[in-house]
Design a binder for this molecule. Structure first.
Ligand SMILES: [Zn+2]
Length: 270
């Protein structure tokens, strides 16, 4: 199944597919208001901005930066939430409440040990955010994740097992709140790997010192074994099953973040 290039007006919720009144998701929703309360202008200085980097299937990367004041621009109505059992009002906000307590200290750079349950909370939140991100960042965005992946999150309250999610830590020079999204078109080299998904999407969220990244494809693949942790990142999905201590041994700097946010660079060469 291919990814869709045309964004049709959403008639149903992207998670539960119920045709209900949809709430408008804004860029501000992506960086929740609790992030604003932690990363205050006093803490960050006046130059806080939000930066978007996307790379389309043609491999051309484009960047766009907004000053903090304009990020609340309305982008899309994608999830249901007007009723008490709507996705936004129910499980999405509950997840946001759970993750807030976990991420607050890490956003400010305080070391934290994460249990498997806490890793799952962060991973589910990151998966949900990256799925919403596909719909709210402009009509030129490619929708990579299949409906089955969003349905899985809605039904099971956990990320698809094939979605790779990892966390890192950064010492940034003035880029405290960032979202990167890259779309990769995975081309078949020969008939031998015909099962290769058509597209992959890599979303990287930077909240202060904390970095979380999801990598998913246009096919909902079977579960894969957990990947090993790296020197500069910790894998939280597929679940490694043990407590992990954040931050990892090596902190990212700004150049390291750019490399981290482009995991297929060794393949694409750009
Ligand atoms: Zn819904």
């Amino acid at each position: 199944m291919g990814a869709s290039f045309l964004i049709m007006p959403q008639q149903v919720c992207i998670f539960c597919e119920r045709g209900r009144p949809l709430v408008t998701i804004t860029k501000e929703h992506l960086f929740s208001r609790w992030v604003d309360r932690i990363l205050t202008p006093e803490l960050l200085g006046p130059d806080r901005s939000f930066e978007r980097t996307t790379a389309g299937p043609d491999g051309v990367a484009t960047s766009k930066t907004w000053p903090a004041e304009v990020i609340a621009a309305i982008e899309a109505a994608a999830v249901c939430g007007a009723s008490p059992d709507g996705c936004n009002g129910l499980w999405m906000s509950a997840l946001g409440g759970q993750v807030k307590h976990l991420l607050e200290p890490m956003t400010l750079g305080k070391p934290k040990t994460l249990t498997p349950a806490e890793q799952l909370t962060i991973a589910t939140w990151a998966a949900m955010k990256s799925m919403v991100l596909e719909y709210v960042w402009g009509s030129e965005q490619v929708i990579v994740m299949p409906q089955a992946a969003r349905t899985f999150v809605f039904d099971h309250q956990r990320p698809p097992e094939s979605m790779q999610i990892r966390i890192a830590a950064i010492e940034s020079q003035g880029r405290p709140a960032l979202i990167f999204r890259r779309v990769y078109q995975l081309r078949l080299k020969s008939s031998s790997n015909a099962a290769l998904p058509g597209f992959a999407s890599c979303s990287t969220f930077v909240l202060g010192c904390f970095v979380v990244q999801t990598y998913g494809t246009s096919t909902l693949s079977p579960a894969v074994p957990p990947h090993p942790h790296g020197r500069s990142y910790l894998v939280i999905n597929p679940p490694p099953g043990d407590d992990i201590s954040w931050p990892p041994p090596v902190l990212l700097d700004d150049a390291g973040l750019d490399r981290f946010a482009h995991p297929l660079q060794p393949v694409t060469g750009d």
